[in-house]
Every structure is written in C-alpha cells, then in structure tokens.
Design a protein around this ligand. Structure first.
Ligand SMILES: [Zn+2]
Ligand SMILES: [Zn+2]
Length: 375
C-alpha cells in the first residue's frame, strides 16, 4: 500500500459505509464491475480501475485493516495526508519527529510521499504475500481494412509472467516444499517499537514471504514466477482506426496470489484497402464515370462494405465532385460514404465511337475556355 492509496477513499469508490461487511463490499463491487466493465461500457475504464483498486484493498482483510489504520493515523482523505503529517512534524509533538522516524523506513530526502510509500510498502508486508495486480502487457495486431471496420476476433500469442509451471508457483524445486520461516513464524513481518508506535517490517530471512525455500526451483530460480506464453483470442471492436490502441481489461499478465490480472493494450495497424478509404467516421471511395454519364446523368452502382448502393449522378456532373451517401460510413460511428466521381477519358475509340464523338464535337458549340481570354 502506498501513500497514494491512503489518500484515496476506497469506501466512497465502492459506495459502501466504513463499517460495511465483507459481503456488502463484495456485492457492491460485483454490481459496479458489471455496470462499468469496459467491454460493455466503453469510456468507463477510469472508474472501473478505481473500483477494482478499491476492491483489491477492501476485500483483503489484512490490507483493509492497514488501510483503515493508515487513514485514521494520517487523517482521512484528500490532501489530509500530507497536511496532517506536516503538522505533526512541524507542530512539534514533544519527542516525536515523524521525519526521523520515517526517514528510517525510506529515503529521508524523498519527502513525505516517498517516505510514507516506503513505510506502507513495508507494512504491506508481507509485501510478497499480498495479492498483486498482474502487469499490463502491450501487443500489436495488423488487420485488414474490412476486419477493422467490422470488428474481428484475433488470436494473440503473448509472453508474460505467471506462476512457474515447473513448481506451480511455490518457488521450491519439485519434490521439495517451502518451509515456514522460523524468524517470523510465517507471518512475513516482524514488529519493532519506536516512539510508542509499533511498526511492522518485512522479515529479512524470508524477504517477507513467510516461507524459506530450501532448494530453489530451476525453472524460476525460486521466484515462483516465470515467463509464460499465453494464447488469447481477443475481440477487436468494430470501427478501429489505424494506430488506435484498444485496452482489454484483465487480459494482461496474471496477478499474483489472487490479485487481478493486468490489462492488455493492443495497438491496431490497419492495411489499406484497394479502393475504400477512411476519413474519421466517413468512408471514402472514388468512382470513375464516363463522359456520357457525367453529361447525361446516370444511376451508378457504388461498392460498399455492406453491399452496393445506387448513386444518382445528375446530368452535368463535373469530375471530382463528391456525393454523400448518408449513414453508410464506418459502422457504428454515424459517418457517411463520400463518393468522389472521376470522369474517365476513353483510351481507345472504335471507329463508330470516334464518329459519334466527332459528330458530338461538331454539334456542340460550347467553349470550356471562353472565360480564359488573353493573359
Ligand atoms: Zn518454479
Ligand atoms: Zn520470515
């Protein structure tokens, strides 16, 4: 637990009173987690994290007790932590100098935030035994233009850390078992008194784990965790753009000792399409039309990801003009299909077509350069 944790009101985050039972906390969390889950509630990630963090602490009776004690010791909430710590140190409680005291727990130079962080980091204690959230993991996928539009489930191979498969996470070589630490009797912490306060420190011989590994596992060198390869199927939502990052809560590294998993952050690369393009929420396409279609008007079939649409090109349409087909943009984003027409000039003429064109030229008295005059 860090000083930052102490500043947060975890009870408010879950909307429960300070004396809520473990069952109350669990049911409040379940309801919030359901309502706020990023898969169903995009944009709610911040709040979801807040709630998860609060639940991590409050659902663990040991960590909840530490948190409650820290909050009551340093004044609850907001800037109260630094404020009251400062007033202790400066206010001159006789014979009690928080600066000195905490200086021993962390770096004296670090300011109260750091020093308290060090202190609670120790008190957590057990450090090594408390649940810890898994690591956030980055990954990248390359999708076709259409898959990115429609959303797709892609297989991902992730290398992350997780419980060692050789020893099952105990850190002890197969066939051996970790022994309870005799110094702390398995508690992971030892107590000492200072200035009338009792402080817990992580036990040194077992490094706070409460257990001593006699013969370390070769697979993880006794750490209990090792690199693991995880195969995942991840759902990339419809409408992702090139370069966009998609956060998948809880699909990252596995937590330790029952802690929640970290998040998976997937950077999406999108390969270009042969003729469809994208501008924000709009899809774009360039459609060639003949000179006759442009001059006379025509119904033109335009391909879209959801099947062709018919575009009415009015008589006298100039090349480069863009038409908007409403509601046929990127799915779910409320965009349009922007169709730009381009007059195609025939590269080869049959003799019949040539005659017809010559007849047209003779019959037409329009001079498209009339406005240019002389420079
Ligand atoms: Zn191992
Ligand atoms: Zn110990």
């Amino acid at each position: 637990m860090s000083a930052r944790d102490v500043e947060k009101d975890f009870y408010a985050a879950l909307g429960v009173p300070k004396d809520a039972t473990a069952a109350d906390i669990k049911s409040a969390y379940r309801k919030l987690a359901r309502d706020l889950h990023p898969d169903t509630n995009p944009g709610g990630e911040e709040r979801f994290k807040e709630v998860s963090e609060a639940y991590d602490v409050l659902s663990d009776s040991t960590r909840r007790k530490e948190y409650d004690e820290a909050r009551s010791l340093f004044g609850a909430g907001g800037g109260g932590l630094r404020g009251s710590a400062g007033s202790y140190a400066g206010g001159g409680v006789p014979g009690f100098d928080l600066g000195d005291l905490f200086g021993r727990a962390g770096s004296a130079q670090g300011g109260f935030g750091d020093v308290l962080g060090g202190l609670f980091g120790n008190a957590r204690g057990g450090g090594q035994r408390a649940p810890r959230r898994g690591a956030d993991v980055d990954a990248a996928v390359t999708l076709s233009f259409l898959d990115a539009l429609r959303g797709v489930t892609v297989p991902l191979r992730l290398t992350t850390t997780g419980p060692c498969t050789v020893c099952g996470g105990s850190g002890a070589a197969p066939g051996t078992a970790p022994q309870t630490c005799s110094t702390c009797a398995g508690a992971g912490v030892t107590s000492r008194s200072q200035g009338g306060f009792a402080f817990s420190e992580p036990c040194k011989p077992c490094r706070g784990s409460g257990r001593i590994v006699g013969t370390p596992c070769a697979g993880c060198r006794g750490e209990g965790r090792a690199a693991v390869v995880k195969m995942l199927n991840v759902r990339i939502p419809a409408g992702v753009a090139d370069g966009q990052k998609v956060r998948l809560a809880g699909r990252g590294g596995e937590g330790e000792r029952g802690g929640p998993a970290g998040d998976l952050m997937v950077t999406v690369h999108v390969t270009p399409h042969a003729f469809l393009g994208r501008r924000d929420q709009h899809l774009t396409v360039t459609v060639p039309i003949t000179f006759a279609e442009a001059a006379l008007g025509a119904q033109v079939s335009v391909p879209t990801p959801d099947g062709p649409v018919t575009l009415k090109v009015p008589a006298g349409t100039t090349t480069g003009r863009t038409f908007r087909v409403r509601g046929r943009g990127v799915p779910g984003k409320g965009g349009d299909l922007l169709v730009t027409v381009q007059v195609a000039v025939p590269q080869k003429l049959s003799s019949e077509a040539r005659k017809a064109l010559e007849a047209f030229a003779a019959a037409s008295n329009e001079d498209p350069r009339a406005h240019l005059g002389v420079v």
